[in-house]
Structures are given as structure tokens and as C-alpha cells.
Design a protein around this ligand. Structure first.
Ligand SMILES: Cc1ncc(COP(=O)(O)O)c(C=O)c1O
Length: 390
């Protein structure tokens, strides 16, 4: 209906007001087309091991789609579990050192499942202030009492748990997605044990990158398979596919099958994604050097950027981020990188826990030293001038 004939207020006017506020704050997001044969050097994605286009992974995806169909056709509780899903779950659990695993249609869904299924209104959840949005949303959905504690601070977790007699779960990323720093998992586990609390760790950025042959941050910390520890992971980063997983004691996994709403009421992981993730996992097992190489590339990238005077974070896994003076400067910086042939992530509020905008760069195991030199030179050449007060 044309505006002049309306007798009631437009129910979506507020959207324009919000868009204007975003524009003024330099926080507008828009979708860019991505050609299949992009000439850009990609340091924006999370394909840490360079497996998303690996011929064996792509062939496994297409073979799975041909055999099982393009979609899973329904919740696995309704239409059943393919042998592909079962093999993936068994091999993932075995590789990472857990008793059992359950795959989901995304890492986001896996995190919602783990937090909500392990908590209820009476549970205390202690959540790191820099946790990923999917863990935060899990806390909100759980309706549990949530104590948000300062970033990577086991002492604060202990204080939050002190004196709480009911069920409690501490929740953390293993590697924080914005700055790439690792959580103090061993200390967190000790604090949780001292209070009878469970520890839930999102290993989205650790699987394939940390631990022996890429077995993940929990394996590296000696916590994989512990009876009071649950991990989540995504199949969409180091494994180059799509989907997510929860790993833990068999009784926890069985509980999720029965109660996790993002499992029960969600169509199962697409066969192509399951097939691709399984092929990637087998490649990782066969070629354990990939995880060491991605860490080496991340360190090399950091050293080049810090050496050039940029405010880069020292990577604990595959992510290096470089602070920008403002959201607008970060957007311009990423655009200038793109113009010079480099894809870099641009993180601005609300995707950053501290409100500071950054370029987020990701290492890949298949990057050459020459590509690293070129990437670092581009980021340095296009860097915004440092503010005198910075
Ligand atoms: C720490 C973390 N957890 C969970 C997710 C969600 O995983 P997915 O993309 O598979 O939904 C992401 C990123 O996407 C992440 O960075």
C-alpha cells in the first residue's frame, strides 16, 4: 500500500532507523558476490588445512550425494542414520579421544544442543566473556542462570562457582575466534573439578590445528575422554566441510539424541557434508603434518606483521588478528587488501567482544612462504595510519 494511504504506522519503519544508526557508526554489512575462481589469496576463510577443495574431499562429497541423495530428508530420529553418519561419528570420537560423538547440521546447532541439553533453570552456567555467539545463545536458550566471567580467567570461574551447590557447567571456546588466543583449559578443568562442575569446550578452532596430529585442544590438554568434559566442534573449518559435532561420554551423547532440540527437530547433516568431513578426517589422520604446518604458517604471518610494526595478536592456533583504529578504517583496510588481491576478514562490533575492530587473518597449511610474504606485504602497505594517541 502506498505510504500516503496508510492510516496505521508502518510496522517496519524501525528497520530504517536501525539501518541509519548502523550507517552512522560505520557498521553496515553487505553481501559481496564470490566467484568460483576468485583470484584473491584467501586469508579470510577458516579452511585451515586447505581441505575444502581437496580432490578427495570433493569426490567424497559428490559420491555421498549420489549414493544417499542431496539432503538427509528429515531428522535422523525420523528417517534414520546412514552408515556415513555412523562412521563419521565413530571416527571423529576415536580421533579426538572421546567415547562418543554426535553430528549436527552446523557447529552453531551443536553448541546450542550441548549448552541447552546439559542445563536447566536451576543450573549455573559460567561463561567466558569472549565466548562465541553460539555458546552465548545456548546460555540464553537454556534459561539457566549465567555468570559471565572475565576472559580466560580460571580464578573468576572458581569465584563464580564458589558456594553454588547445584548443577554447574563452565563454558568456553578452546581458541577464541576473534584474536586466536587459547583458553587455559587445564586450569579451567582443575577449577571445575574442585567444584564438581562440568566443563564444556567449543573446539571449533582447535580441531585439526592443535594437539597431536590435529586431535584438538582437549587432546592437547590431556582432557579428551574425561568423564566430566564435553567438547563441541565444527566440521566447517579445518575439515573443510559443513556441520558440527558434540563429543563426550556415551551417556551425554545418548542424552543429546533424546533431548537436544537442534538434533531432534533439525534435518540431519547432509550426506555430502558427512562424506566430505569423513574424507577430510581420514586425510588428517594420514597426513598429520598438516596441523603442524598451519601453526607454522600462523606464526610466520604474525612475525611478519609484528615485525612491520602492526598491532598483531600472537597466534595460539591459526588465527592472527590486527587491530584497526575504527570500524570505518577496518572496512577500508579490508577493501584495500581486496583491491591488492588479498581476502582478509573484517571484524567489527557486534562480532568483537571488546568493541575494537580488526582485520582477522587465517593461516592455511597450504600457503607457501612466497604467499605469506605477499600477504604480509599487502596488509602492511594498506594499513591505516596509526593515531598519535593510540
Ligand atoms: C568458536 C566457534 N564456534 C562455533 C562456530 C559455529 O560453527 P558453524 O559455522 O559450523 O556453525 C564458529 C564459527 O562459525 C566459531 O568460530
Amino acid at each position: 500500500m502506498p505510504q500516503e494511504h496508510r492510516s496505521t504506522p508502518d510496522p517496519f519503519d524501525w528497520i530504517d532507523e536501525h539501518a541509519e544508526l548502523r550507517r552512522r557508526a560505520g557498521l553496515v554489512r553487505s553481501l559481496r558476490p564470490r566467484p568460483a575462481d576468485s583470484p584473491l589469496l584467501d586469508l579470510a576463510g577458516n579452511d585451515y588445512l586447505g581441505l575444502a577443495r581437496h580432490p578427495e574431499v570433493v569426490a567424497a562429497a559428490s559420491a555421498a550425494a549420489r549414493r544417499w541423495g542431496a539432503g538427509a530428508t528429515g531428522s535422523r530420529l525420523v528417517t534414520g542414520t546412514t552408515e556415513l553418519h555412523a562412521e563419521l561419528e565413530a571416527e571423529l570420537a576415536d580421533f579426538c579421544g572421546f567415547e562418543a560423538a554426535l553430528v549436527f547440521s552446523s557447529g552453531y546447532a551443536a553448541n546450542l544442543a550441548a549448552v541447552t541439553a546439559l542445563t536447566d533453570r536451576g543450573t549455573l552456567v559460567v561463561s567466558d566473556a569472549a565466548n562465541h555467539a553460539s555458546l552465548i545463545d545456548g546460555c540464553r536458550l537454556s534459561r539457566a542462570e549465567t555468570a559471565v566471567v572475565p576472559h580466560s580467567d580460571p580464578g573468576a570461574v572458581g569465584k563464580a562457582l564458589d558456594g553454588f551447590a547445584g548443577r554447574a557447567v563452565a563454558v568456553t571456546d578452546s581458541v577464541f575466534s576473534v584474536d586466536g588466543d587459547a583458553a587455559p583449559l587445564a586450569e579451567l578443568a582443575a577449577v571445575c573439578r574442585g567444584h564438581g562442575a562440568a566443563l564444556l569446550v567449543d573446539d571449533a578452532h582447535g580441531l585439526g590445528v592443535l594437539g597431536d596430529g590435529g586431535r584438538g585442544a582437549l587432546h592437547a590438554a590431556g582432557l579428551a575422554g574425561d568423564p566430566d568434559v564435553v567438547a563441541t566442534a565444527t566440521l566447517s573449518k579445518a575439515l573443510g566441510s559443513q556441520g558440527g559435532a558434540v563429543l563426550g561420554p556415551a551417556r551425554v551423547i545418548d542424552h543429546l539424541v533424546n533431548t537436544a532440540r537442534t538434533f531432534v527437530f533439525d534435518t540431519g547433516l547432509a550426506p555430502a557434508a558427512a562424506g566430505a568431513a569423513l574424507a577430510a578426517l581420514r586425510l588428517l589422520r594420514a597426513e598429520p603434518g598438516r596441523s603442524a604446518r598451519v601453526r607454522e604458517v600462523a606464526t610466520g604471518l604474525y612475525e611478519r606483521l609484528a615485525g612491520a610494526g602492526l598491532d598483531a595478536t600472537r597466534p595460539d592456533a591459526a588465527v592472527v588478528s590486527v587491530r584497526a583504529p575504527s570500524p570505518e578504517a577496518a572496512v577500508r583496510w579490508a577493501a584495500d587488501c581486496r583491491g591488492a588481491g588479498l581476502a582478509a576478514g573484517c571484524f567489527r562490533p557486534p562480532s568483537v567482544p571488546d568493541g575494537i575492530s580488526r582485520l582477522r587473518l587465517t593461516a592455511r597449511a597450504d600457503l607457501t612462504e612466497a604467499e605469506l610474504d605477499a600477504a604480509a606485504a599487502t596488509v602492511t602497505r594498506t594499513a591505516p595510519p596509526v593515531r598519535p594517541d593510540a
